[in-house]
Ligand binder design. Structure first.
Ligand code: NAI
Ligand code: MG
Length: 363
């Protein structure tokens, strides 16, 4: 099979982390006949420097044609002054919008070797493996009206509007139930139906979707504020959490901190399945940014990027066994005591970006 990947390394440590994934892809092609075909493009500050856009139309076309996009990170102080429409983040926002990536998957996994360095008690996080599913293209970040109006009496009014339509809730709920079936078969939906009309609709549509097509999955509902509390108190009670754009933004950042360094966290953003082929548009990226403070030093942790590629194997290519093996290789290298600088603790062996990548590939 041919598997078409577009690599968008971006700025700062993006290319350094992506270099380790490139080695992995070459190894998989050579040793396992994986059939990956890669193309590369520019996104973010480097794209602005090359042609004045945060992503070119040509690279956008490549993204639309690829089976999956691997994205590094964008931005840095060098581009602080560039016009708003072509700032580095605009490239990522354009990709999300034009690829219609409505489902954002943020796993929170606590590798056994890192449980002791979590911000929570080891017993609370050890063995943690949950998935926060955030709706990414609707809700209060995009609803209209969105403006600041002048009230004329020295007062202004800032307005954002939370809007969700049935189809938007149905499709994210469908992704949640399907993901749950491949995991521990549990979904918890979070909203605030006690104070928000969009929350009332959210709860109702999730329940209807469940009843119609997914009644084999265990479904619970929780108010999002209580959900935040439960995530910190006893996160292992959850499997898949599905929630809207705003709550998902906050809850996924909370969940992220259960597991240690920013350098460990992968993510996936998926679109709707194609009606004919069933394949989805998809973009995989680490949660971290371009880390200008450590860029160019060869010390960035490549695990978030490598774990994002594992998600790509799992969700875009159904290479479940390969994804499991890659995730086990990451855990195993950590068990051996290898640590990049961001993870370092007493008694461990400090390695750079390339050595960490090589060790994972060797496993
Ligand atoms: P950041 O995630 O780049 O860095 C925050 C801190 O974590 C830094 O001290 C950094 O050294 C460390 N860190 C991050 N990733 C690491 C890794 N893989 N290994 C070791 N240490 C790591 O966030 P920050 O500093 O707020 O933003 C820096 C730039 O990145 C800004 O221009 C920002 O706009 C951009 N950014 C881009 C994102 C993206 O491309 N999706 C997401 C977040 C920020
Ligand atoms: Mg956030």
């Amino acid at each position: 099979a041919t598997r078409k990947l577009l690599l968008l390394p971006g700025d700062g440590i993006g290319p350094e982390a992506m270099a380790e994934v490139k080695k992995l892809i070459e190894m998989m092609n050579a040793d396992f006949n994986a059939g990956f075909e890669t193309e590369e493009g520019l996104v973010g500050g480097c794209a602005y420097d090359a042609h004045g856009q945060s992503i070119s139309d040509a690279d956008m076309d490549k993204a639309m044609a690829a089976d999956a996009v691997l994205f590094g990170a964008v931005g840095g102080p060098k581009w602080d002054g560039v016009p708003y429409e072509v700032r580095p983040e605009a490239g990522l926002l354009r990709l999300r919008k034009e690829m219609e990536l409505f489902a954002n998957l943020r796993p929170a996994i606590c590798y056994p070797a890192l449980a002791a360095s979590s911000s929570l008690k080891p017993e609370v996080v050890e063995g943690l493996d949950i998935l926060i599913l955030r709706e990414l293209t609707g809700g209060v970040y995009f609803g209209e009206p969105k403006e600041i109006t002048d009230l004329g009496n020295g007062q202004k009014r800032g307005i954002d509007t939370q809007v969700y339509d049935t189809y938007e809730i149905e499709r994210i709920a469908g992704v949640a139930f399907e993901l749950a079936r491949t995991r521990s078969n549990k979904v918890c939906s979070m909203e605030k139906h006690n104070v928000m009309k969009s929350g009332v609709l959210w709860k109702e549509v999730v329940a209807n979707t469940h009843k119609a097509k997914y009644s084999d999955v265990e479904l619970t509902h929780m108010l999002a504020d209580a959900g935040g509390m439960q995530l910190v108190r006893w996160p292992k009670q959850f499997d898949v959490i599905v929630t809207d754009n705003l709550f998902g933004d906050m809850l996924s950042d909370v969940a992220a901190m259960l597991t240690g360094s920013l350098g460990m966290l992968p993510s996936a953003s998926l679109g709707a399945p194609d009606e004919k082929t069933g394949s989805r548009k998809a973009l995989y990226e680490p949660v971290h940014g371009s880390a200008p403070d450590i860029a160019g030093k060869g010390i960035a942790n490549p695990i978030a990027m490598i774990a994002s590629f594992a998600m790509c194997l799992r969700y875009s290519f159904n290479m479940v066994e390969e994804a499991d093996r890659l995730e086990k290789a990451i855990a195993s290298v950590l068990d051996d005591g290898l640590r990049t600088k961001d993870l370092m603790s007493k008694g461990m062996t400090e390695v750079g970006t390339a050595a960490m990548g090589d060790a994972i590939i060797a496993k």
